[in-house]
Design a protein around this ligand. Structure first.
Ligand code: NAD
Length: 266
């Protein structure tokens, strides 16, 4: 039995890619999981797969930029799964463009999904983690933000993404300090390139922008600075999240963990 067996987790953006694998990994560790996504049918499908494998899960239609939808989804998670111990704020998109051509509407959309979404889900989750359990102690919990190597480095064309991913470090470190007395820990997990729909979309876009082949985008831009030229996998990221949720003390809090085949070393 693991330390998160019987705990309750909510993962945003969990209908696809990294979030989906995190949901499965936490379920395999015995947690009940709320799968929250803009794509409601996809969220329900992931929840159904977890239930079919013997786990506990519900699908939630949630736009993380909509405060009412976030509040309702967290309330439903607590009502149906019995509380909330783990929040993985993972939902994200990518829009690339040089700064002088970056539409203001796209900038605001990027910051809304990555930063407002992280803030709103955290704000709604914390009262449940801070609340006293049967023993009179706060229930406590773990909040994981999905950052990126771009929480630490910049790349051309990614102004909004780099800004948002850097911003998550600030939110996480503040929560690590505020949450400590309530038993809440906080981290940012920072993957390198992972082959998901989000990245597949960027390969032809970057080839066009930089005037190079798609193969060169992968070999030079995406993997050129890794130690071995290998993509990070969804499993690598999910296992890191699980490790942090299972870690037994606040010796680890307020940290960022770079999972990138050595692309960035801190
Ligand atoms: P993905 O496109 O496979 O999945 C993202 C999910 O988020 C989708 O299911 C989508 O429906 C959902 N989503 C988008 N907007 C939403 C909203 N407003 N509310 C709720 N859900 C919403 O992408 P992914 O690669 O799995 O990315 C997940 C996270 O990992 C993102 O935060 C991304 O920035 C980060 N990340 C990805 C990589 C990578 O290489 N793939 C690297 C570093 C960080």
């Amino acid at each position: 039995m693991t330390s998160i067996h019987g705990k309750v987790a909510l993962v945003t953006g969990a209908a696809s890619g990294i979030g989906k694998e995190i949901a499965h990994e936490l379920a395999r560790a015995g947690a009940a999981v709320a799968i929250a996504d803009l794509n409601a049918a996809g969220a329900d499908a992931v929840a159904a797969d977890i239930v079919a494998a013997g786990g506990r899960a519900i699908g939630l239609a949630m736009d993380v930029t909509d405060e009412a939808a976030v509040d309702a989804g967290i309330a439903r998670t607590v009502a149906e799964l019995g509380g909330l111990d783990i929040l993985v704020s993972n939902a994200g998109i990518q829009i690339v463009n040089p700064i002088e051509q970056f539409a203001y509407a796209d900038w605001k959309k990027m910051l809304a999904i990555h930063l407002d979404g992280a803030f709103l889900t955290t704000k709604a989750a914390l009262p449940h983690m801070y609340a006293a359990g049967a023993d009179g102690q706060p229930r406590g919990g773990t909040v994981i933000y999905m950052g990126s190597v771009h929480s630490h480095l910049a790349s051309p064309l990614k102004s909004a993404y780099v800004t948002a991913k850097h911003g998550l470090l600030g939110l996480s470190r503040t929560l690590a300090k505020e949450g400590a007395k309530h038993g809440v820990r906080s981290h940012v997990v920072c993957p390198g390139f992972v082959r998901t729909p989000l990245v597949d979309k960027q390969i032809p876009e970057q080839a066009r922008e930089f005037g190079i082949s798609e193969d060169e985008v992968v070999k030079k831009i995406m993997l050129g600075n890794t130690v071995d030229g290998i993509f990070t996998t969804v499993e690598d990221v999910a296992q890191t999240v699980r490790f942090l949720c299972e870690f037994p003390s606040a010796a680890l809090t307020g940290q960022s963990f770079v999972v990138s085949h050595g692309w960035h070393m801190q």
